[in-house]
Design a protein around this ligand. Structure first.
Ligand SMILES: CC(C)(COP(=O)(O)OP(=O)(O)OC[C@H]1O[C@@H](n2cnc3c(N)ncnc32)[C@H](O)[C@@H]1OP(=O)(O)O)[C@@H](O)C(=O)NCCC(=O)NCCS
Ligand SMILES: CC(=O)OP(=O)(O)O
Length: 329
């Protein structure tokens, strides 16, 4: 069974309600129709009903709930609750009412007030426009200070990672994490690999240097983050700093990082910043023909997940399954 088949099987066990606010995008419409047909979740579209039906054309939405945000009798209650949440940051009730006509904010408040279990946006909106309202409204999970994001990469005909399944982080949210934040991203990603994907994490802290082969402020950040991660979570298999070939390829690992138990067998790759993470995942997706699911967030109080504007309907179906599993936790 492939990785995504396993995720779908798990999602079906406990039907969660997942909102998709980009309700006139053809990829989203195709994906929700497919997800509902497969029984992955109870799928909800937010937006203007007439526009959604017009955009859908022949796509079967008979098993999908459509909420017209302008007609909903929940809009005033959501506006009031949103205003209360953000009034100390300058929100007014008038502005809150206006924002609640936006299907993303409406969906976010559905999740906040437990009328839905998770939300996925980002096929049309930029990551900032999806994740900023999530950070403002849903906020961090108890005991977490830093939200980060990851991609699950499923690479065909690949022996690296867990039979071609790897977790890449952070490729979507934190632009230039400091050493402390990078160590937190590594630890969260390791827990996600174990708890969400059921795979024992082997975490590589990536750099352009392996075990001191180069030295600069950039490599030192990764060295420090590795030490902090090992100190904070000694039970986890984490090592660095490692070049990506040393992290993945056993023969290269022996040469570049002798004695490392992580090098040559990593399945969680921690990128030093968002430039490397975002470029790295897109290279593997496009040139390695990998399926890229994400950016999925970790550390939010409820599952709110992003997509790339370059995503396919098939990727969205996968993210619906993953979001539903996160909501089961
Ligand atoms: C997501 C992003 C917009 C947040 O930006 P920001 O400037 O910190 O946003 P804000 O200052 O408005 O912060 C919003 C809230 O989120 C909180 N926050 C921001 N980043 C956070 C993080 N990583 N973890 C936890 N909380 C965070 C802030 O503290 C703030 O809380 P408050 O308003 O309740 O006080 C920004 O990190 C970003 O643009 N990231 C890059 C996204 C991107 O372009 N990715 C590439 C494509 S995938
Ligand atoms: C994750 C990501 O890179 O998103 P986008 O392609 O929409 O910028």
């Amino acid at each position: 069974m492939t990785f995504i088949e396993q995720m779908k099987r798990k999602a079906k066990l406990n039907q969660k309600t997942i909102v998709l606010p980009e309700s006139t995008d053809l990829r989203v419409l195709t994906a929700v129709s497919e997800a509902a047909k497969e029984g992955l979740a109870k799928v909800v579209l937010t937006g203007r009903k007439a526009e959604i039906l017009q955009a859908a054309g022949d796509i079967d939405l008979s098993q999908v709930t459509i909420i017209d945000v302008a007609e909903s009798d929940k809009r005033e209650a959501y506006s009031q609750a949103f205003y209360e949440l953000r009034k100390s940051k300058g929100m007014t009730i008038e502005k809150a009412r206006e924002l609640l006509l936006d299907p993303v904010y409406f969906g976010m408040m559905m999740v906040k007030l437990e009328d839905a279990d998770g939300l996925i946006s980002g096929a049309v909106h930029s990551t900032a426009d999806t994740l900023r309202p999530a950070l403002q409204i849903i906020k961090t999970a108890p005991g977490t200070s830093l939200v980060s994001s990851f991609f699950v990469m499923a690479i065909p005909d690949c022996d690296y990672g867990a039979n071609g399944v790897l977790l890449f982080s952070d490729c979507g949210l934190n632009e230039n994490p400091n050493a402390e934040q990078l160590s937190d991203i590594a630890i969260s990603s390791a827990h996600t690999m174990k708890n969400l994907l059921g795979i024992t994490p082997v975490v590589a802290m990536l750099s352009y240097s392996s075990y001191g082969s180069a030295k600069s402020e950039m490599t030192e950040k990764v060295v420090k983050a590795t030490a902090l991660a090992k100190q904070k979570a000694p039970e986890l298999e984490i090592d660095g700093e490692l070049q990506v070939d040393a992290a993945l390829v056993e023969r290269t690992a022996k040469l570049k990082a002798p004695g490392s138990t992580v090098a040559g067998r990593a399945n969680v790759l921690i990128f030093p910043d968002l430039n490397t993470g975002n470029i790295g995942y897109k290279l593997v997706e496009r040139l390695g023909k990998a399926q890229a699911y994400g950016p999925i967030t970790q550390g939010l109080a409820k599952p709110i997940n992003d997509l790339s504007r370059g995503c396919k309907a098939e990727d969205i179906v996968g993210v619906i399954a993953i979001t539903a599993i996160q909501a089961q936790a």
